[in-house]
Design a protein around this ligand. Structure first.
Ligand code: GLV
Ligand code: MN
Ligand code: MN
Ligand code: MN
Length: 401
């Protein structure tokens, strides 16, 4: 049955549909994400919230004057390429509906309350996930961020300037962090944990360590028909080996995951032996030591495969975030407010994971019946979305009342 949370989510269902890939492609500071920011500004404004961008292009909507010890909730509006409708927007929509529920019950927060939309959480455009929260907290330097470029060569500095954010102002924002008393992010679950537990809503316990590495193989571009096999230096061969090496290594390092989801041969002609291949490794493990072991094994195999084919290899770490254990005290508080809800770990990264190093942070998950995420089949039933918003309202009432 339709309800305010599903209706609000439906109201952005036309924005950023990817007709080529399926699902949604909404990336930081692109046309679709800017349209969603305008939508958010209008929706928050209609609720009497005071919307202010911060220095890093994140949007804050305040109920009451911005102040210290604020209770903050929210998520992101960007997606992976060809992503689902829920990852990100569900947390934003649920926050707005939670405000409506609190208002309707006559509640007025005693602590400042804010809904935040973080920029470029997926790193789908500039390669670094949680870019808005990393900038805010100083987990990436302004110089490093400004130099990031998208696939068309547009720098982050140029993209934020076009969106009305001064690139000179990017960077750690202790004043903004200093206002956050605690942060609670609601998110669609990205696995089957809650399905298996037959629970509509859960709490997060931890996030895996997570990094992204670029592998660049350089060989010799040449003719696919005339070049004898023994004279080739084809970078696609070691690249293919990395895909298998990633699976092999992840199956031996306990609790880890390694994925090659993006591979770009250049120049990219069917009848052309590539001159270079870039591929990106997404590696996750229970801690930094295990992540290093995982990536070293893959890189060693990649080196060997490059040598065997007469190619060069350059490996560059593009981002890394250590494993996160969410604040026990805050989780206990939420469990007390929500009653009987399960707590479970996740392998997915979130802005909440970045903020957790600075302020007490918690996450609410909403059941996903497909268990699929970062793909169009991601789903949450309307009834569960409504339960999520109601749970978030209960949490905000308990924390801000
Ligand atoms: C972000 O959603 C990630 O975990 O990759
Ligand atoms: Mn995601
Ligand atoms: Mn997300
Ligand atoms: Mn994420």
């Amino acid at each position: 049955m339709s309800n305010p949370t599903s209706q609000l989510l439906d109201s952005i269902a036309d924005v950023g549909i990817d007709h080529t890939r399926g699902g949604y492609s909404r990336h930081g500071f692109d046309r679709t994400e800017l349209e969603l920011r305008e939508w958010f500004t209008a929706e928050a404004g209609a609720r009497g919230l005071d919307v202010r961008p911060d220095r890093n292009g994140n949007l804050w909507a305040w109920w009451g004057a911005p102040g210290p010890d604020a209770v903050v909730t929210g998520s992101h509006l960007d997606s992976v390429p060809g992503g689902g409708a829920f990852d990100g927007p569900l947390g934003v929509v649920s926050a707005l509906v939670a405000v409506d529920l609190l208002r309707a019950s006559g509640f007025t927060p005693r602590r400042p309350l804010a809904v935040v939309v973080f920029a470029e959480e997926e790193g789908g455009r500039f390669g670094v996930p949680c870019l808005g929260s990393r900038l805010l907290t100083g987990a990436i330097t302004a110089d490093a961020a400004r130099a990031l470029r998208d696939a068309d060569g547009v720098s982050l500095a140029e993209a934020v300037r076009a969106a009305g954010v001064d690139p000179a102002g990017l960077g750690a924002d202790p004043e903004a962090i200093g206002r956050i008393g605690c942060f609670v992010e609601l998110h669609v679950e990205q696995g089957r944990g809650l399905v298996d537990l037959a629970a509509p809503v859960g709490l997060a316990t931890s996030i895996l360590a997570h990094g992204r590495w670029r592998f660049r193989f350089t060989g010799q571009g040449n003719h696919a028909g005339t070049t004898p096999l023994e004279q080739r230096a084809d970078p696609m061969l070691p690249a293919a080996e990395v895909v298998r090496a990633a699976r092999r290594a992840a199956s031996t390092v306990e609790g880890s995951r390694a994925t090659v989801g993006r591979l770009v041969p250049r120049p990219g002609g069917t009848n052309v032996i590539a001159s270079t291949v870039d591929l990106w490794l997404d590696a996750r493990a229970p801690d930094g030591v295990a992540t290093r072991e995982l990536v070293e094994r893959i890189a060693d195999d990649a080196e060997q495969a490059a040598r065997d084919e007469g190619c060069e290899l350059e490996v560059t770490r593009e981002s890394y975030g250590d494993s996160v254990v969410f604040d026990d005290g805050l989780r206990d508080r939420l469990a007390g407010l929500l009653g009987d809800v399960p707590a479970l770990p996740t392998g997915a990264g979130h802005d909440a994971g970045i903020l957790a190093a600075h302020v007490p942070t918690a996450m609410l998950f909403v059941r996903n019946p497909t268990g699929i995420s970062h793909a169009p089949a991601e789903h949450a039933e309307p009834d569960d979305c409504a339960r999520g918003s109601a749970a978030l309202a209960d949490v905000l009432r308990g924390l801000a009342g």
